[in-house]
Design a protein around this ligand. Structure first.
Ligand code: DX5
Ligand code: ZN
Length: 216
């Protein structure tokens, strides 16, 4: 059974409390929170005060995706406000191994995200230390983009490496996940599906989460 991580980026920001209530009632185990700085990606979303408020509204696992430069500066702050998983981009980290260890030393799970063009070899030497690899299946910065089909082979290759080596690393897929393409993404080896527009754009978000979580 896949883990479903609805992305708050696609919610109505005037109704974040209601979005949290919906998530609480749903089968989603994680809530995906996209932090953007306008430098690493060409967009600005929300930051720590908003996430601190969300922490009070849900007990779900907060999966924080940092699309920011110098993410290491903010690791302790995201831990203080209650992030459970902290994901940094490999492209934004000069000292990725150090950042992963720092995140884990504070008690959070460490995620590393890869842009579509970034090869798996860029994390090969630290893969065993990573809790969650987030394969970006769109170029980060915006919701509601189209899934890049060539990423399926990348997911398959990563799954093969993880299984061969016997690592416990989970694979998260972020960008353009729909009810239609979810089965092939799971077949390729995904463990966690992020879904923004597919969930929050649906007539019945709770039902949509249920459908996604029952896929295999
Ligand atoms: C994109 C973000 C995604 C986004 C996914 O930069 O990292 O998490 O919210 O949105 P959808 O599912 O609509 O592509
Ligand atoms: Zn994301």
């Amino acid at each position: 059974m896949p883990i479903i991580a609805p992305s708050l980026l696609a919610a109505d920001f005037l109704e974040i409390g209601k979005a949290c209530e919906m998530i609480n009632q749903s089968e989603a185990a994680w809530l995906h929170l996209d932090v953007m700085d306008g430098r690493f990606v060409p967009n600005i979303s929300f930051g720590t005060p908003v996430i601190a408020a969300i922490r009070k509204a849900t007990d779900k696992i907060l999966d924080v995706h940092l699309m920011i430069e110098e993410p290491e500066k903010y690791t302790p702050l995201f831990n203080e406000i209650g992030a459970n998983i902290l994901t940094v981009h490999a492209e934004a980290c000069t000292h990725l191994h150090r950042n992963i260890q720092h995140i884990k030393s504070l008690g959070m799970k460490a995620g590393v995200a890869l842009n579509p063009h970034t090869p798996l070899s860029s994390i090969e030497e630290v893969l065993q230390d990573i809790d969650v690899v987030c394969i970006m299946t769109v170029n980060p910065g915006f919701g509601a983009q189209k899934f890049i089909p060539s990423m399926l082979a990348k997911i398959e290759r990563l799954k093969h490496i993880i299984l061969t080596k016997g690592y416990t690393t989970q694979i998260e897929i972020d960008g353009g996940v729909t009810l239609e393409n979810a089965p092939e993404i799971l077949k390729a080896g995904a463990d966690i599906l992020v879904a923004g527009n597919t969930v929050f754009g649906a007539k019945d978000p709770i039902k949509t989460i249920e459908l996604l979580s029952k896929m295999s």
